[in-house]
Design a protein around this ligand. Structure first.
Ligand code: PMP
Length: 414
């Protein structure tokens, strides 16, 4: 019997790197080793050029213009919406709301779904490992509504306790809001199972997908969530643009959020009527250039292939975990069995900020601090961590550079 070996396209990491102008920079006399992708990933030339082409040739306001430029800008903007729909397999363009980013998306849900549905005594459930963007809007909402914020615990690995989660869901739970992937620990939540539990009880589900979307293929229909939020700048697109996916059946029932141009159908001093979906939730001139750039990022990611990216990053994570563990006094914070490609760590006797500064002197960019996840820092009883977060263009060689730079920095700072 013939053995059929599936053809695997070679993952050309050096070729991919070459498409990122920022990665060609030298910092303090060294080649840049960019390991702060969890905060913002760099942009490939295809994205930069798409934004530039829009600005040079097609820039105009969208939707209401009959002139050529406005029609071109509208086609590009709405075309980008279609690309987002395809990228996350939403059922319709009406489910794709352009926002500034994940933060704005979650605030939109809190300000519409939350404000209209929450009664005093109701509950919103989040987990311990959330980014502040998925804590504070709910906290503010609960305060306004007289509702309660309930927090699902995690263990020392950074794994969110599924049984405790199920036990927390009750008749007063109206909203569950969870990260798909933790930015501080890297934990990947089995989000489909978390969503299914809430859905079975008629609870609305909101997923913070900021750290998931760049690393794995997302299918919002398969996940079954009501809302899924993410940011362009973490997926090789521009800043100031992000997406709120909202299931149409739910979005259609929400009250409007911000008022202004574009979100209305008719306005008079006595009565205003609302535009159809999704524009009802997009008041004012949107970030057209940003949407065009995001669309270009999606096209580009499609060429690279999300599965190939996930495989490459899994290799980087395994290699980095193994290499960093050899450094004396270094403790990895976040050891869940299912992790995205980032490593958060502390080093005995060395403050993360000092470490970050010394690494920068060697051209190595990492993030230090609380990563907008102060409850996580409190849980692990550390003021801050150093985080190296990997992207599709990082290499094992760069992890060796990080290892060597860390070893030197620790020797210097201790
Ligand atoms: N959630 C998570 C998990 C994040 O990592 C981030 C960005 N650090 C956000 C939300 C907020 O994203 P943005 O700043 O783009 O709104």
């Amino acid at each position: 019997m013939a053995l059929i070996v599936p053809l695997r396209r070679e993952y050309d990491v050096l070729g991919l790197r070459g498409q990122f102008p920022a990665l060609q920079r030298r910092i303090n006399g060294r080649a840049l080793t960019y390991l702060d992708n969890g905060a913002s990933a760099q942009q490939p030339a295809a994205v930069i050029e798409a934004v530039s082409d829009y600005s040079r040739n097609h820039h105009s306001n969208v939707h209401r213009g009959v002139h050529t430029l406005s029609q071109e800008a509208t086609a590009l903007f709405e075309g980008a919406r279609g690309k987002v729909r395809g990228f996350i397999n939403a059922a319709s363009d009406r489910e794709i709301v352009f926002v500034r980013g994940t933060t704005e998306a979650i605030n939109l849900v809190a300000g519409t779904l939350g404000r209209s549905r929450l009664q005093p005594g109701d509950e919103v459930v989040i987990s311990w490992l959330e980014h502040h963007a998925n804590i504070v809007p709910w906290q503010m909402l609960c305060e306004q509504a007289g509702a309660q914020l309930r927090v699902v615990p995690m263990d020392r690995r950074g794994v969110v306790d599924f049984d405790a989660y199920r036990a927390l869901l009750g008749p007063r739970t109206k909203i569950v809001a969870l990260a798909h992937v933790s930015n501080a620990l890297g934990t990947v939540l089995p989000i489909r199972e978390f969503i299914a539990e809430a859905r079975a009880r008629g609870i609305a589900t909101v997923v913070d997908g900021a750290q998931a979307v760049p690393h794995q293929r997302i299918d919002v229909q398969a996940l079954g969530c009501d809302f899924y939020a993410f940011s362009g700048h973490k997926m090789y697109g521009p800043t100031g643009i992000g997406v709120l996916y909202a299931r149409e059946a739910v979005l259609a029932t929400l009250p409007p959020w911000q008022g202004g141009g574009d979100m209305i159908l008719t306005v008079s001093f006595t009565r205003t009527t609302w535009n159809s979906l999704p524009w009802r939730f997009e008041a004012g001139t949107p970030n057209i250039a940003g949407a065009v750039g995001l669309g270009a990022a999606i096209d580009w990611l499609g060429q690279v292939g999300m599965e190939a990216i996930a495989a490459h990053e899994a290799d980087l994570l395994a290699f980095a975990t193994e290499r960093l563990a050899t450094i004396p006094g270094l403790t990895i914070i976040g050891t869940a069995p299912d992790k995205a490609s980032l490593v958060s760590f502390t080093v005995d006797g060395v403050h993360p900020h000092d470490l970050g500064t010394v690494l920068d002197a060697e051209g190595v960019a990492v993030r230090t601090g609380h990563h907008c996840a102060m409850p996580v820092m409190e849980f692990f009883d550390v003021p801050a961590t150093t985080r190296a977060s990997f992207a599709l263009y990082n290499t094992r060689a760069e992890i060796e550079i990080l290892h060597a730079a860390l070893t030197r920095a620790i020797g210097m700072l201790r």
